[in-house]
Design a protein around this ligand. Structure first.
Ligand SMILES: Nc1nc2c(ncn2[C@@H]2O[C@H](COP(=O)(O)OP(=O)(O)OP(=O)(O)O)[C@@H](O)[C@H]2O)c(=O)[nH]1
Length: 219
């Protein structure tokens, strides 16, 4: 695993014959303590669940081939501030860096769901272009059904009302769900870039119109 900090250099470049080269995407993981941000990251990077992860804030680089195209992910596994001040839990630096954001909560921990809600609001209310960064909300620890404190419906509603993607997964039990999360956020990042370049298809237009209304509802 390579730990590195990079500026926001997300791009895709072209070879001499016009074919697409490596695509780079900066993905920021947010969420309260103990919800499984590191577990998700490590699952994606190594396909393994190792149980304990420590309190290290890192940016990992990981290359993958998706639909025949080389993708370079930079994944920032953030730490929730110790004092628990949610207003401080999403920094300007993080928002400027991120092309796409994954907000994780635990389905067994209602307080972590409220942190996720607050973080979505903070992102959507940010003044700059970062306010429109694609967000995927993830309810983790789905294997702990008997301790469930947040229904799937609540998670889906939060995502719908703030124009975010949504998944419920278990990083402990399943690699596939984690893979879907990262693929979805990458897909949303690609759409957002196409929208900026004016090369967006109908799917992207529908998403961006609904984003405007969703943002109004969230305010
Ligand atoms: N049962 C279960 N436990 C999980 C799952 N994902 C993570 N955990 C456990 O939850 C605890 C916290 O996981 P981390 O990945 O360290 O959580 P984090 O959000 O990175 O925590 P901080 O570093 O404090 O921000 C660990 O004991 C993990 O083993 C899951 O899907 N199911």
């Amino acid at each position: 695993m390579v730990i590195q900090v990079k500026p926001n250099s997300s791009n895709s470049s072209k070879t001499m014959d016009g074919s697409q080269q490596k695509v780079e995407a900066n993905i920021l993981l947010l969420g309260a303590e103990n919800v499984g941000k590191s577990a998700l990251t490590v699952r994606f990077l190594t396909r393994r669940f190792i149980g304990e992860y420590g309190d290290i804030e890192s940016i990992y680089n990981h290359s993958d081939k998706i639909d025949g195209r080389e993708i370079s992910f930079n994944i920032w596994d953030s730490l929730y501030p110790q004092d628990g001040d949610s207003a401080e839990s999403v920094s300007e630096k993080q928002l400027q860096w991120a092309d796409g954001i994954v907000i994780v909560y635990s389905i067994c921990d209602r307080a972590s769901f409220e942190v996720a809600r607050r973080q979505v609001q903070l992102i959507r209310r940010a003044k700059k272009a970062s306010a429109s960064a694609p967000v995927v909300i993830v309810g983790n620890k789905r294997d702990l059904q008997h301790q469930r404190a947040v229904s799937g419906e609540e998670g889906r509603l939060l995502a719908l009302s703030s124009d975010c993607g949504f998944f419920e997964i278990s990083a402990a039990e399943n690699y596939h769900g984690v893979l879907l999360v990262f693929h979805e956020v990458l897909e949303l990042v690609r759409e957002a870039r196409a929208l900026k370049k004016g090369t967006v298809g109908i799917k992207g237009i529908v998403r961006s119109v609904s984003a405007v209304f969703a943002r109004r509802r969230a305010e």
